[in-house]
Write a protein that binds this ligand. Structure first.
Ligand code: PLP
Length: 375
């Protein structure tokens, strides 16, 4: 069976973990944490980068930093992972779900203005499949209405909007290093701060509401409890694992993009015959090889395709169920039908994409999909 995902190991993970153990400091914010954070601050242009235990944690930090309170409203796409919404719901926010674009699962910027009112605090965008949302339109709208923008860049490492790195455009951004993402540490994430007004407080929330980081830098002579916070930082074991991946990011990215392009080329013919829709990459966006999806013509066709591929030893999977229709939120949802989000919920299927997926396997997958649509 060709799995849907297989975590890739560079071979240096255990070596760096041994090194972290030998250094004798295994809690967070040590040698490897600093190396990883410096990597992002230097190469990605973030004002501050803080490793977290997950992208979910980084999103929860965003909600805390923006002081989200009961009754505040946050706009985000319905077609996304639960954590995008949960982080803000935990602070008492009401979520205003927006539809996806017709051509991509990303939030439709043209549908946002009607959702904004005096309670609106923030817009959270999700760069689905690592492909950029229409950031100029979204930032313009946010500036006009005095709103903050958070980028859920969980899938968007090393991807760009008009040459700008995703995660560096909104006021805050969150990345994931979960084992299903491009760069991994088992569980893991990163908070990126682009608006300097949040830098100092981000570090305090991260260290349980204390100014311990400033103390360790020698900036103050004792530290204490000065704000709310939690333990968002990962241990050095996780950071050491992540460093082995970051050192090889170019190699990993090149391979994933190569596989993405293989699928995109191999399935053009089916797209011309209108059997499937392939991912649309807007002019301002890039693909970072995070995931490759195709859109079937109906939910039943998708179910048959997934079953057919299974019979050919290929595991393909669908993705999100729109959050506005979820058991938890459907009774709270007061908006209208989100037809694009629902269409992606029903027709999108993801193909296996991982570093070690061999060319023979890629060919077998493409051939099997073609066979399905020829019968
Ligand atoms: C993976 C993912 C998350 C959650 O990441 P974790 O690191 O598992 O918390 C959040 N949002 C999106 C869009 C994701 O793809």
């Amino acid at each position: 069976m060709i799995p849907f995902n297989k975590p890739y190991l560079t071979g240096y993970e255990t070596k760096y973990i041994e090194q972290a153990v030998a250094l004798g400091k295994l809690s967070g914010n040590g040698f490897f944490t600093k190396k990883c954070q410096q990597f992002f601050e230097e190469n990605y242009g973030f004002k501050k980068a803080l490793l977290t235990s997950s992208c979910t944690d980084a999103l929860e930090m965003c909600a805390l930093l923006l002081n989200i309170q009961d009754g505040d409203e946050v706009i985000m796409p319905s077609y996304t992972f639960v954590s995008t919404a949960n982080a803000f719901v935990l602070r008492g926010a009401t979520i205003r779900f927006a539809d996806s674009e017709t051509d991509t699962p990303n939030i439709d910027a043209s549908k946002l203005e009607s959702l904004i009112n005096k309670n609106t605090k923030a817009i959270v965008v999700v760069h689905y499949a690592g492909m950029a949302c229409d950031m100029d339109a979204i930032m313009h709208l946010a500036t006009k209405h005095g709103l903050y923008v958070v980028e859920d860049a969980a899938q968007a490492i090393d991807s760009y909007y008009n040459g700008k790195r995703l995660g560096s455009i909104g006021h805050l951004a969150a990345f994931s290093f979960h084992e299903t993402k491009n760069i991994i540490s088992g569980e893991g994430g990163l908070l990126a701060v682009n608006d300097i007004q949040f830098c100092e407080r981000a570090e305090i929330l991260w260290e349980k509401g204390t100014n311990r980081s400033a103390f360790f830098r020698g900036e103050i002579d004792k530290y204490g409890w000065i704000d709310i916070g939690s333990s968002f930082l990962p241990s050095e074991v996780t950071a050491a694992f992540l460093w082995a991946q970051l050192e090889n990011i170019e190699k990993i990215q090149n391979k994933r993009k190569e596989i993405w392009h293989f699928y995109n080329d191999a399935l053009q013919e089916l797209s011309h015959k209108k059997c499937v829709l392939l991912p649309k990459v807007p002019d301002y966006a890039t693909s970072n090889g995070h995931l490759f999806y195709i859109l079937c013509r109906s939910q039943t066709e998708r179910a048959r395709l997934i079953q057919f591929l299974k019979e050919h030893n290929i595991l393909s999977v669908f993705h999100y169920i729109s959050l506005h229709t979820s058991p938890y939120y459907k009774d709270k949802y007061t908006g209208g039908v989100l037809e694009n989000a629902d269409r992606y919920s029903e027709t999108l299927v993801r193909l296996p994409l991982y570093y070690e997926l061999e060319i023979k396997e890629q060919q077998h997958i493409a051939a099997s999909i073609k066979k399905f649509f020829s019968t």
